[in-house]
Ligand binder design. Structure first.
Ligand code: COA
Length: 157
């Protein structure tokens, strides 16, 4: 039974959406990172959108029957970096802890893809940490191929 709905977000959803952003660090994060590294920039972009900026972005939320926000996606329309074709980038997807595993992530991602395609995007891209196994499985089940692996090394004196 589906007991939530997906809709386009509005600025009035602002604080409840921002409260979900720390969920972006809800996995085994690399030792060299703090949890805030993983979500502060996305929260900044979301806040900009809430305040009427970032007009190349769109946001969807999942809400339950009493209006509680269970999840969100934040997508930016931008050219695909290599082909330069119209594309969309999934900046953030987060589902509230108690609401995982009910299909909300899939429904949110589907709505984001549909809207991006309607606006001309040929592809959707995203970045995911290699240690975020739950999210990686979720993306792979949703038809995404891992394409680039980014390496990082601390440069000591
Ligand atoms: C990754 C994330 C968005 C997935 O969201 P989710 O709502 O749990 O995802 P779904 O429910 O759609 O899919 C997960 C599971 O539910 C199952 N499911 C799908 N539809 C379902 C339904 N209608 N009823 C019950 N279960 C369902 C899926 O098959 C899947 O099960 P499996 O893991 O056993 O294969 C969520 O775990 C999350 O917010 N993680 C923290 C933030 C994060 O890491 N974001 C990604 C950053 S790159």
């Amino acid at each position: 039974m589906v007991d939530y709905k997906i809709r386009a977000a509005t600025a009035t959803d602002g604080e409840a959406m921002l409260a979900l952003m720390p969920r972006l660090s809800a996995f085994e994060i690399p030792e060299s990172r703090t949890p805030e590294h993983l979500w502060l920039d996305d929260a900044k972009l979301l806040r900009e959108w809430i305040c009427g900026g970032a007009d190349d972005c769109f946001v969807h939320i999942a809400e339950d029957d009493v209006g509680a926000i269970l999840g969100l996606t934040l997508v930016r329309l931008r050219p695909e970096p290599l082909s330069h074709e119209p594309s969309a980038h999934l900046e953030a997807i987060a589902v509230a802890k108690g609401a995982e595993g009910r299909g909300i992530g899939q429904a949110l991602l589907g709505a984001a893809e549909e809207n991006a395609h309607k606006q001309g995007a040929q592809t959707m891209t995203l970045h995911v940490f290699s240690t975020n196994t739950r999210a990686r499985q979720f993306y792979e089940r949703s038809g995404y191929d891992g394409e680039v692996i980014r390496y990082i090394k601390p440069l000591a004196d």
